[in-house]
Design a protein around this ligand. Structure first.
Ligand SMILES: [Zn+2]
Length: 147
């Protein structure tokens, strides 16, 4: 397994917002990736070729002593897991769509009208984005414009 990192200070925060980063793991096989993903947050990913796992939301007792409130998970957005031999433009774009939505929820608005995590509505968006970027990159590559 290779461990990489990606981080950014996105354009929305040009005035000093927090840097956000993800760990990227490139696993040696599907079984290794799926076992690591399950161990991280308990969500099974039996059919996935890659996965984006947002950092766990932490909660603390609010000042009123009765309610719980979410705390900001520092600068860490989560983990993106790829598998060697399955790193394609479509898959990378798909997982980075999830990562972008993690950052959007952290820094801009927790309500993106796609639910509150990597669930079905967000999956549809990620697949559409991955397919579009994959198709566009092929056309641009064939035209000698994709670098
Ligand atoms: Zn997905």
């Amino acid at each position: 397994m290779r461990r990489l990192a990606v981080s950014l200070r996105h354009a929305h925060n040009v005035y000093g917002g927090p840097r956000r980063y993800f760990h990227m793991f490139v696993h040696n096989g599907l079984d290794e990736m799926r076992a690591a993903a399950l161990a991280y947050n308990g969500d099974p990913v039996e059919d996935a070729l890659a996965v984006c796992q947002p950092a766990p939301v932490r909660e603390r007792l609010a000042d009123d002593g009765e309610t719980w409130e979410q705390t900001e998970p520092a600068h860490f957005g989560g983990i993106i897991r790829f598998v060697d031999g399955h790193v394609t433009t479509e898959i990378v774009a798909h997982e980075l769509t999830h990562a972008a939505l993690v950052i959007y929820r952290m820094d801009i608005n927790p309500d993106v009208r796609l639910g509150n995590g990597c669930r079905l509505r967000e999956e549809h968006l990620a697949y559409i984005t991955g397919d579009l970027i994959g198709a566009a990159s092929t056309v641009l590559h064939d035209a000698g414009l994709w670098s």
